[in-house]
Design a binder for this molecule. Structure first.
Ligand code: HEC
Ligand code: HEC
Length: 432
């Protein structure tokens, strides 16, 4: 009896001592440098959305309202079934949950989130668009997305009384828009091309102008989509000079994940700033999308942006030449072969699957991918193998669940406006 008691007391004492050491490790403080880095990741340090000199209506409330209505309007597609919201669904943080996007057909890429996208200097995984308004024009005419044409969009603005009057308040009097043919554009299928050939030069200019302004309104709307503060931000905001690691906001595993994120795993070298992206292009050795050739990524994207008739330097842009330095001095090198844009990690737990082709199904597999850092088929993988233990892999995974929060956007922007044409069959209206 006595012996057992002594053993029990010794064991008890040992566990208290051990517990003390473990606790002590748990509350070890962040260093000064770590604190500084952590603070730079908080949404408290997110500046206002940067101005877009190429779109003088970017911050115009009326333009945002027009863009809001158009964003949800299925009449922006040729067959009347696709809107921007078909793929960028508000209730899925403006993604669609699919590997590859489906509009009027299956497309070649995975749908990225639009939350916080207005901070990005480049658009698309390969950055082939240099403004948000010029990006917005592309899906409307892409055959697998809206499969519509610039003439059909101009006709929609001209024929819908609400659109027409809103448009004219913002952009001035609508030029005469031909009522036939139904479709015309220098891009797309035979019907579009034939229609375009039959327009006069003046008609072509007017139609393209109206189409451009539709893009500028869509951009003004998307500038409202801003991420909200998550547990991750609350944790960082509460850290003071002492930088205590334990807190009610993050679990010990999540804190350990954060330590890896900014330390050994070096996620922060690309996923940095309050949006957890450097907005740059990197090759991270993601598998080629099945059935496709390896993606050239930014290597091709930068060329396309330079040649884009809607770029910052074009006559349709409102910018002066000096405002287009990002395009003029865009980096161009062989390193960009296979490089994709670093996506935000805000709300990432809600936007599976992942990567430019939706190649990776869940966050655990994403961390395993980085841990292995497979060789890239094209060019080289910038990320190096991490040599993490399985427990560390799950800690990094669990951290990414702490990046989720309701948007800091007025709820009215997350619902379709009242219109008979809003939303398609697969678009629900519950905001996140
Ligand atoms: C068929 C589904 C689909 C539709 C419809 C669609 N998109 Fe997209 N969107 C995508 C996909 C897929 C990508 C990525 C394509 C790529 O990078 O090549 C994308 C990319 C974008 C981007 C760039 C995001 C980034 O990370 O750079 C923006 C902005 C955007 N879409 C806005 C819109 C707007 C506005 C509309 C309506 C005019 C729209 N989209 C319609 C699927 C869609
Ligand atoms: C060298 C820069 C770089 C580093 C380092 C890096 N990432 Fe990424 N990350 C990217 C790029 C680029 C993509 C998109 C790649 C693609 O689609 O092919 C990406 C995609 C992701 C995605 C998918 C997001 C989405 O919406 O599809 C997640 C999650 C992610 N990274 C997490 C991490 C974590 C965790 C680490 C650290 C272990 C890390 N990243 C390290 C650049 C980087």
């Amino acid at each position: 009896m006595k012996k057992r008691l002594v053993v029990a007391i010794i064991l008890g004492a040992l566990s208290v001592i051990l517990g003390f050491f473990l606790d002590d490790k748990d509350v070890r403080n962040w260093s000064r440098d770590e604190l500084k880095l952590l603070k730079s990741l908080s949404l408290q340090n997110l500046p206002p959305v940067p101005d877009d000199p190429s779109n003088t209506h970017a911050n115009d409330e009326g333009a945002a309202q027009l863009g809001h209505a158009l964003y949800f309007d299925v009449r922006t597609s040729r067959n009347g079934s696709v809107s921007c919201a078909s793929c960028h669904k508000p209730e899925k943080y403006f993604t669609d949950g699919l590997k590859l996007a489906v509009g009027t057909n299956v497309g070649p890429r995975h749908t990225p989130s639009l939350v916080g996208i207005s901070y990005s200097p480049w658009f698309y995984w390969d950055g082939r668009k240099d403004s948000q308004w010029s990006q917005a024009l592309a899906p409307i005419e892409a055959r697998h997305e809206h499969n519509s044409s610039r003439l059909k969009i101009a006709q929609l603005i001209a024929s819908d009384e609400t659109y027409r009057s809103r448009y004219e308040k913002i952009f001035g009097a609508l030029p005469p828009i031909p009522v036939s043919p139904e479709n015309a554009s220098p891009l797309g299928d035979e019907e579009n091309l034939r229609g375009w050939d039959n327009l006069t030069d003046i008609q072509k200019t007017s139609v393209t102008k109206v189409f451009t302004n539709v893009g500028k309104a869509l951009a003004a709307y998307q500038r409202k989509l801003i991420p909200g503060q998550s547990r991750f931000d609350f944790y960082i905001n509460e850290l003071n000079e002492e930088g205590l690691k334990s807190s009610a906001h993050l679990t010990p595993d999540e804190v350990a994940g954060l330590e890896l994120f900014i330390g050994q795993a070096q996620c922060v070298s690309c996923h940095n700033g309050p949006l957890l992206t450097n907005h740059e292009f990197h090759n991270t050795g993601v598998l080629t999308i099945s059935g496709q050739l390896p993606a050239m990524g930014r290597y091709d994207g930068v060329r396309q942006a330079r040649e884009d008739p809607f770029n910052c330097l074009s006559a349709l842009s409102d910018a002066a030449e000096d405002d287009c330095l990002e395009l003029t001095f865009a980096q161009d090198s062989n390193d960009l072969v296979g490089a994709q844009k670093t996506p935000t990690l805000r709300n990432v737990a809600e936007t599976a699957p992942y990567m430019h082709g939706g190649q990776i199904e869940n966050l655990l597999e994403v961390v395993k991918h980085y841990n292995q850092a497979p060789t890239s088929l094209l060019s080289h993988n910038e990320a190096k193998p991490l040599d993490l233990k399985i427990s560390q892999i799950t800690q990094l995974e669990s951290l990414m669940y702490a990046f989720t929060a309701p948007l800091a956007t007025e709820p009215k922007w997350l619902r379709p406006p009242n219109s008979a044409y809003s939303g398609s069959a697969n678009t629900q209206t519950t905001p996140p």
